[in-house]
Design a protein around this ligand. Structure first.
Ligand code: IVH
Length: 672
C-alpha cells in the first residue's frame, strides 16, 4: 500500500515542481496561486499523515534541517575564479587582441552575458538531487550554505532523470551561478529592518551575502533571493564543448538562465550587445554592473588558461559607476517616525545615471565623522538601483577646495523644538516629543503604505497637507476624513477624493497583524506583528499583556517586549486603539488554537531528529502551548537532542537540564 502512496506522492511532487518552475524560473505561471496552494497543502497533509514517506527533495522541505551555530567549510571541485575588469572600449580591444595572439587565429566566437551584481555560488547535484550549496569563500574553500540555498525557489531541489537526459546533463554535476536579491525585495527588506530599528543594508549585494549567510533558514526563505546559473561542471571541469551549449542545457534542465545573452561572432557584435544592455540597465528588476564576455569554445578556454586568479578567456566590461561629484550646499536634518534625526546633504543638483540627484543621506553623526565631511565640501555621490544616493568620499584637490563649516546635530528638534537626546551606546539622536509633527507625518505615511494598510493615494503630497493643516492628528483620524475636507486640499478633485475614501474604507478589512504593524511600535516589524496577532488573537489581549507574557511570543525578546509594553502604557496610544475600534477596524483575528499540554515549558532543539525537521518539531511544541528557545539556560525545561547535537547538548549537561530524544518528546506531546 505504501508503494502506491509513494508513487502518488512523487507524482504530486513532480506536479508542484513543474508549477514552481513555471512561477519562479519562467515567471509565467499556468495556474492561480490558490490552486498552487491547494496542491501544496495536499502534499503537506499526506506527508504529515505519513512522515516516513517525506523525502528531502520534497517541495515541502525547502525550510528545515538542523539548527546551526555556524557554517562548515567546504572545498570547491576546482577554484572559483574572479574576472579581470575593463572600463573602456580600448582595453576591451586589447583583451581581444591578446586572445587572438594566444589562439593564433581571429575567428573566435564569444558569449556575452550580464554581469549580475550578487554573489557567486556553487551548487552540487548528486543523482539529480541538490546536495550542497557552497559560497565562493577564498575561491578554494567556501562555506556550506545548503540549508539556505534550498529555500530559493528558482533553484531545483531535484531534477528528474528524463529531464537531465534530455538536457544532456549527467546525474552528478555542479552548477555555478549568481545569487542575487531583486531590487523590490531589497527595498522591502530594508523597510522591515528599519521598522525594527535595525540598520539597513547598503546595497543589494551586501544584502544577498547577509541573507545567504544567515543562520536561520526560515529568515532566508522570507527574503526572495533569486539564482541565475552560468556554468556547468563535472568533477571540476567544464562539461560541454561550448559555453553557449552550457547555457542551453542549464535552461533545459530547469535552471534560471538569464535571457539577456548573445553569441557574438566578432568584436562589433559584442560591443553592440554591451551598448544595448547599458540602456536597458535602468529597467532591470535587479542590479548589474557590467557585461561578461567569454570565449565560447571550451577547448580554446583550456588553451588560453589563467593568470593568477582570473581566466584569460573571459573578461568583465564594467559600466561606469553611477557616481558623480558635486558640492554639499548644506546639511539638513530629517525627523523620522521614531523621532530619529537623520542628516541629509542638500547637493548642487547633479545628473547621475539618468536622474538628477539633489539630496543624499549621511545616515548619522558617526558616518559624518567617518567621511570627515564639512558643509561646502565637494563629494562623490553614488547611486545604485533603488537605493537612496550615498556619499562615498570627500573630493579634495585643486579644483575642489575643502568646505569650512562643521556640522553639528541640533540640540533641539528642527520641527518641534523639543530637546534631542542621544541614548548612551546608541548612534542615533532622537526627538523625545511624542507629539512631534514630523513623527506624525512619518507615522501616517507608514500606516498608509503598501505593506501596511495599503491606502493607495495617501502619499507625501496628501499627508503633508493633512498634517500641516491639522486635519489629521493621529493615524485614527484618517478614518474620520470626509469628502468635503479632502476637496478643500490642493490638487484634489472629486474623483481622487472618492478614490482615497474608498481605499480608506477598504483598509478596514485588513487583518489584525496589519493594524499592529501600522501602529509603528518600535522594533515591531511585519513578522513580529504577525506573531503577536497569532499569539494574542486580539488587540485587547496584546494591549494588556505584561512584558513577561510578551516574551512568550515567538521571536520576541526583552527589548521588543519592553517597547510594546511601554507603547501601550501611554494613555494616548490606548485612546488611539479605541478610536480605531470605533472606526470599524478589525482588532480581533484568528488566534491560533494552542493546546495547554506543554504550557509554560521551554524547549531547545539541537541536532538532527530522525522523523521531524526542526520546524515541524517547533510547531508541534508551540501548538501544544510550549515555547522553543534558541539557546540553553537555567530556565530551559528540556533539550531535545538528535544526531550530531553540538554545544547546546554540552551546555544542557553542564546546567543539569533534562535531555530527551524525539521519542520522549512525542510522549510529552501525548502522541500515540
Ligand atoms: S563567470 C571564471 N558570469 O562576477 C568565470 N561571473 O568579478 C568566473 N558574475 O565571481 C565567473 N555575473 O560572482 C560569470 N554572467 C556571469 C556573471 C559573473 C556575475 C560575478 C561572479 C564572479 C564575479 C567576478
Amino acid at each position: 500500500m505504501n508503494k502506491d502512496l509513494s508513487k502518488r506522492l512523487e507524482a504530486l511532487r513532480e506536479q508542484i515542481r513543474h508549477h514552481e518552475y513555471r512561477y519562479y524560473v519562467l515567471d509565467d505561471p499556468e495556474i492561480a496561486d490558490a490552486q498552487f496552494d491547494q496542491l501544496m497543502n495536499e502534499l503537506k497533509r499526506i506527508e504529515a499523515e505519513h512522515p516516513a514517506l517525506v523525502t528531502p527533495d520534497s517541495p515541502t522541505q525547502r525550510v528545515g534541517g538542523k539548527p546551526r551555530e555556524g557554517f562548515l567549510k567546504a572545498p570547491h571541485s576546482s577554484p572559483m575564479l574572479s574576472l579581470d575588469n575593463t572600463y573602456n572600449v580600448d582595453d576591451l580591444r586589447k583583451w581581444e587582441q591578446r586572445v587572438h595572439e594566444l589562439a593564433g587565429r581571429e575567428d573566435i566566437e564569444y558569449v556575452c552575458e550580464l554581469k549580475l551584481d550578487g554573489m557567486s555560488l556553487a551548487l552540487h547535484y548528486e543523482d539529480g538531487k541538490l546536495v550542497r550549496g557552497i559560497t565562493r569563500g577564498d575561491g578554494t574553500v567556501g562555506e556550506d550554505v545548503t540549508l539556505n540555498v534550498r529555500t530559493v525557489r528558482s533553484i531545483p531541489l531535484s531534477i528528474s532523470k528524463e529531464k537531465l537526459k534530455k538536457a544532456g546533463i549527467p546525474a552528478d554535476f555542479e552548477v555555478r551561478g549568481e545569487m542575487l536579491i531583486p531590487l523590490a525585495s531589497f527595498k522591502k527588506m530594508n523597510e522591515d529592518r528599519e521598522a525594527k530599528g535595525l540598520s539597513a543594508f547598503v546595497n543589494p549585494r551586501n544584502a544577498t551575502a547577509g541573507t545567504v549567510r544567515q543562520l536561520e533558514p526560515s529568515i532566508t526563505a522570507q527574503r526572495r533571493l533569486d539564482y541565475f546559473a552560468y556554468s556547468l561542471l563535472q568533477n571540476g571541469n567544464t562539461y560541454f564543448e561550448r559555453h553557449w551549449e552550457t547555457l542551453k542545457a542549464l535552461d533545459a534542465a530547469g535552471f534560471k538562465v538569464n535571457p539577456a545573452r548573445t553569441l557574438a561572432a566578432n568584436f562589433d557584435e559584442l560591443w553592440a550587445f554591451i551598448q544595448k544592455e547599458e540602456t536597458r540597465r535602468e529597467t532591470l528588476p535587479y542590479e548589474i554592473d557590467g557585461i561578461v564576455i567569454k570565449v565560447n569554445q571550451t577547448s580554446l578556454q583550456r588553451e588560453l588558461g589563467f593568470t593568477g586568479k582570473a581566466p584569460r578567456w573571459a573578461i568583465a566590461y564594467k559600466y561606469a559607476a553611477r557616481a558623480g561629484v558635486t558640492k554639499i550646499e548644506d546639511i539638513l536634518v530629517q525627523v523620522g517616525r521614531t523621532g530619529k534625526l537623520t542628516p541629509v546633504a542638500a547637493l548642487t543638483p547633479v545628473f547621475i545615471g539618468g536622474t538628477t540627484v539633489s539630496r543624499a543621506t549621511l545616515h548619522n553623526m558617526d558616518e559624518i565623522e567617518r567621511l570627515g565631511v564639512k558643509i561646502g565640501d565637494s563629494v562623490e555621490v553614488e547611486r545604485g538601483g533603488d537605493v537612496i544616493p550615498k556619499i562615498t568620499r570627500v573630493v579634495d584637490d585643486e579644483a575642489h577646495p575643502r568646505g569650512k563649516k562643521l556640522f553639528h546635530m541640533p540640540e533641539k528638534c528642527p520641527i518641534c523644538g523639543t530637546h534631542v537626546v542621544r541614548t548612551e551606546g546608541e548612534v542615533d539622536y532622537r526627538c523625545v516629543n511624542v507629539n512631534c509633527p514630523a513623527k506624525l507625518r512619518e507615522s501616517i505615511l507608514h500606516f498608509a503604505s503598501r505593506g501596511v494598510m495599503n491606502i493607495d493615494g495617501m502619499g507625501d503630497a496628501l499627508v503633508n497637507q493633512l498634517t500641516d493643516r491639522g486635519i489629521v492628528k493621529n493615524i485614527a483620524d484618517v478614518y474620520l476624513l470626509t469628502e468635503a475636507e479632502l476637496l478643500k486640499l490642493d490638487r484634489m478633485g472629486e474623483k481622487s477624493a472618492q478614490n482615497v475614501l474608498s481605499e480608506i474604507e477598504g483598509s478596514k478589512k485588513l487583518p489584525l497583524e496589519r493594524v499592529i504593524f501600522g501602529l509603528g511600535i518600535r522594533f515591531v516589524g511585519e513578522r513580529t506583528a504577525q506573531f503577536l496577532a497569532e499569539h494574542f488573537g486580539s488587540m485587547d489581549a496584546l494591549m494588556n499583556a505584561s512584558e513577561n507574557e510578551l516574551i512568550q511570543v515567538n521571536e520576541v525578546g526583552p527589548r521588543i517586549a519592553k517597547s510594546i509594553a511601554e507603547f501601550f502604557q501611554e494613555p494616548k496610544n490606548r485612546e488611539l486603539v479605541d478610536q480605531l475600534r470605533k472606526a470599524g477596524l478589525k482588532l480581533a483575528g484568528a488566534k491560533k488554537q494552542r493546546g495547554t499540554k506543554l504550557a509554560g515549558k521551554t524547549f531547545v532543539l539541537t541536532g538532527t531528529m530522525p522523523r521531524y525537521s526542526r520546524d515541524q518539531a517547533k510547531k508541534m511544541i508551540e501548538d501544544a502551548g510550549g515555547r522553543v528557545a534558541g539557546s540553553v539556560s537555567k530556565k530551559t525545561d528540556y533539550v531535545v537532542a538528535g544526531a550530531d547535537a553540538g554545544s547546546k547538548l554540552d551546555k544542557a549537561k553542564e546546567l543539569g537540564v533534562s535531555v530527551i530524544d524525539e521519542k520522549a518528546m512525542e510522549e510529552l506531546l501525548g502522541k500515540p
